[in-house]
Design a protein around this ligand. Sequence first.
Ligand SMILES: [Zn+2]
Length: 137
Amino acid sequence: MVNEQNLLKEWQERLGLQDWAITLRINCKKDDMDLEEVAGETEWSLSIKSASIKIISKEEYGERIVPYDFENILIHELLHLKFGLIDQKITSYESDVAYEVRHQLIDDLARALVMAKRGETKRKLSCQRVKDMRLED
Ligand SMILES: [Zn+2]
């Protein structure tokens, strides 16, 4: 049976993160998160290869442009560990831009990986939300 812990194991292996100690907290509420409007959050330590991942529940996620997909969120958070090597906490305009770019890359890669696993070629968006946004413009 596919459960969240099995998915973690599966993707740790695919991404070459088997030697990391990762704890996964699922069904989190918005209040459990340090940041607003996030689906998942990860704290990590590169030197001891340890991480703690929190993922919001489907109910708390609600209606967003991208439909809730646990596996996608999990891969996204795991990719943060891979990109952690080039993460730097410098405060400057350039580092803020680099952060956004890196985050977009992580999200594209997570989506591509999950689509590859499922044999999909088209990205899923919540059409109603996109239509609503277009009307607001
Ligand atoms: Zn992220």
